[in-house]
Write a protein that binds this ligand. Structure first.
Ligand SMILES: N=C(N)NCCCC(=O)O
Ligand SMILES: [Zn+2]
Ligand SMILES: [Zn+2]
Length: 337
């Protein structure tokens, strides 16, 4: 496979394979046909990393195949993002860091492995764009991010709260990562939001517990009634300039927009609403993000994987723009000295 370098200068980021020369359906899939991390000497501003782990699910399994399904569906992403007026892969070096090899038979060990591998990537200077995997993995990712940035603001898109206590006595599951994260003090409890919440709960106490942890909720019905601009404004105000982690469970979307997921709930957001809210976060300091719960066995015609690939593309664009703005600020300051 040809890995044509679209950049002409060694200091320029190396971009995706040129789809006008190598058909986009040829060769093994990396996210958006970007170079692998080893092809850019291990130096990336944004590392796209897969976590093929789904041993924490409470219903349908299969999200372990989500990352590669998203990579396959991302072949059609193009280098310029008109909605954000930015070329994310030219503004910063984005590279595919491959998969974290987590033990499928031992959740505690898997959680440790993910935390350590994510920590290494963050130490190298990269922001993480993680492709799950089930939602269990958000906990070790947040631990690693908080070690670098301190407690972070959390914007959580999901049909579910994922602040339940335990399932079958297990503390690490895909329904419990954010309760553990609050208990561990790795979240900034003045800036926690769920978006897209809906569906039946075990009881009203689920909501009371969640509110006590500090979460605000924008339900999927709120998004429909209030509209994406107002919702994005409100979220931006709550987040301010705090370091922000965005965790996106693809089941925040309606099953019509994301059938390929493990715990589907009717009445969800459209992919258009999700993408528009994300675009509205352009001023935020997005330090890392994940897209999880894509289970391709239940998908049809890559509906879910395409939605997830565009979601990761918008998130990557937000990070690249922020990286470029920070670089600009530094160079501006240096030349002013
Ligand atoms: N999809 C995620 N992350 N969590 C759903 C847990 C819902 C349940 O089993 O009751
Ligand atoms: Zn969910
Ligand atoms: Zn979830």
């Amino acid at each position: 496979m040809s890995t044509d370098d679209t950049s002409t200068h060694s200091a320029m980021p190396r971009g995706p394979v040129d789809s006008s020369r190598t058909p986009r359906f040829a060769g093994p899939a990396t996210f958006a046909r970007l170079p692998r991390l080893d092809e850019v000497q291990g130096r990336a501003d944004v590392a796209v990393v897969g976590v093929p782990f789904d041993s924490g699910v409470s219903y349908r399994p299969g999200a372990r195949f989500g990352g590669n399904a998203i990579r396959e569906a991302s072949r059609l992403l193009r280098p310029y993002n008109p909605a954000q007026d930015a070329s994310p892969f030219a503004l910063a070096q984005v590279a595919d860091a491959g998969d974290i090899a987590a033990n499928p038979f031992d959740i505690h060990e898997a959680v440790e492995t993910v935390e350590a591998a994510a920590g290494e990537l963050l130490e190298s200077g990269a922001r993480l764009m993680t492709l799950g995997g089930d939602h269990t993995i958000a906990l070790p990712l947040l631990r690693a991010v908080a070690r670098k940035h301190g407690p972070v603001a959390l914007l959580h898109f999901d049909a579910h709260l994922d602040t339940w206590d335990t399932y079958f006595g297990a503390e690490y599951t895909h329904g419990t990562p954010f309760r553990r994260a609050v208990e561990e003090g790795i979240l900034d409890t003045s800036a926690l939001s769920h978006v897209g919440t809906r569906g039946p709960l075990y009881g009203k106490k689920d909501l009371d517990d969640d509110a006590k942890m500090g979460f605000g909720i924008v339900t999927s019905a709120d998004v429909m009634r209030r509209g994406v601009d107002e919702v994005a404004d409100q979220l931006r105000q709550r987040i301010g300039d705090r370091p922000l982690y965005v965790s996106i469970d693809i089941d925040c979307l309606d099953p019509a927009h994301a059938p390929g997921t493990g715990t589907p709930e009717a009445g969800g957001m459209t992919s258009r609403e999700l993408l528009e809210i994300l675009r509205g976060l352009a001023s935020c300091n997005l330090v890392s993000a994940d897209v999880v719960e894509v289970a391709p066995a239940y998908d049809h015609a890559e509906i879910t994987a395409v939605a997830a690939s565009h979601t990761a593309y918008e998130l990557t664009t937000l990070m690249s723009r922020r990286i470029a703005a920070e670089r600009q600020e530094r160079t501006g300051t240096e030349s002013a000295d």
